[in-house]
Design a protein around this ligand. Structure first.
Ligand code: NAP
Length: 298
């Protein structure tokens, strides 16, 4: 089956989510509360600039005020932490997002822990991660895994009892997604296998997956012979590969060989147009929720 009928359209589902947020933003503004999201970027990493730019644009379209603070590449960790303290104390900002990756001399864990948990709309503070692991409601969930779950749920993919195999145990995607989908809860309750570079018989694990999530950062790693016919395939990877024929000499590909896998998958995310737009939509949802909590609306 080579058709677009098995595509999970992340752009359309993200647009639906944003449409659901619009009345909540209007209700906040009617009470004199303008939801605000502060971005922090360190250095001039081109991909980080693009990501923050997209998020700023999405904020503007939804009516969320945003401001971006840029520190130089050589800024000290202590300077970044001081900026975060100021933003934590500033009531205009309901959410704070520090764009990763950070320069090597700055410890990501120290930065994640320095964002006030109630403004941690990226969901990386240890308190929010802990709540996620424990299955406690009330915390902020990391945006990419939350977006993946939303894609699955809104595409009517059964998760209860499903075999979910996740490739990649990164702190941003694989690990929190595993914690989310293994909970004894609605829209979860899956049997989750988390694979990584030391996994034996990786192909064997992949082939029994009802839902296969690729979040490794390895270009087109997942081939057709790794996928059970009818399985749902989610491609999280964003990899730049050389391509002399492309403008700028390179192009972006996912972790899944889309052309080979789409014909046998039950459902599959395109890349781009799958997980990426959902990550942004979930960030805005977390920000609206943070503003509602601050305004006593939740
Ligand atoms: P990460 O922290 O670097 O984790 C990568 C994981 O993949 C690690 O667990 C690593 O194993 C595993 N891995 C790498 N090569 C492997 C191989 N050949 N076989 C088995 N496992 C392998 O990466 P991340 O931050 O989670 O990001 C993963 C990908 O998702 C990247 O392409 C990133 O750009 C993309 N991403 C996309 C979005 C979005 O919104 N679309 C958001 C976030 C990330 P070890 O642990 O054993 O080293």
């Amino acid at each position: 089956m080579t058709s677009s009928t098995n595509l999970i359209d992340g752009r359309a589902i993200a647009a639906q989510l944003l449409a659901e947020l619009a009345p909540r933003v209007a209700a906040l503004k009617a009470r004199g509360v303008e939801p605000g999201l502060a971005f922090v970027r360190v250095g001039e990493d081109p991909a980080s600039k693009v990501y923050v730019g997209r998020k700023e644009k999405a904020c503007a379209e939804l009516g969320i005020r945003s401001e971006t603070h840029v520190l130089p590449e050589m800024a000290l960790e202590v300077e970044l932490l001081a900026l975060l303290q100021r933003l934590n104390a500033d009531a205009r900002w309901h959410g704070i997002l520090v764009q990763f990756p950070l320069p090597r001399h700055i410890r990501p864990a120290a930065v994640s822990a320095a964002v006030a948990p109630h403004k941690d709309v990226d969901g990386f503070h240890p308190l929010n991660m802990g709540r996620l692991l424990l299955g406690e409601p009330g915390g902020f969930e990391p945006c990419t895994p939350a977006g993946i779950r939303e894609l699955l749920v809104r595409s009517n993919v059964p998760l209860d009892g499903a075999e979910v195999v996740i490739l990649g145990r990164g702190n941003i995607v694989g690990k929190p997604l595993a914690a989310m989908l293994c909970q004894k809860a609605p829209h979860a309750n899956a049997t989750v296998t988390l694979c990584h570079s030391a996994t034996r018989d990786l192909k064997g694990h992949c082939r029994r997956a009802d839902v296969l999530v690729a979040a490794m950062g390895v270009p087109e790693f997942v081939k057709a012979d790794m996928v059970k016919p009818g399985a749902v395939v989610i491609d999280v990877g964003v990899n730049r590969v050389p391509d002399p024929a492309a403008r700028g000499g390179s192009r972006l590909v996912g972790d899944v060989n889309f052309a080979a896998v789409q014909p046998i998958a039950g459902k599959i995310t395109p890349n781009p147009g799958g997980v990426g737009p959902m990550t942004i939509a979930m960030l805005l949802r977390n920000t609206v929720r943070a503003a509602e909590l601050a305004a006593g609306l939740q």
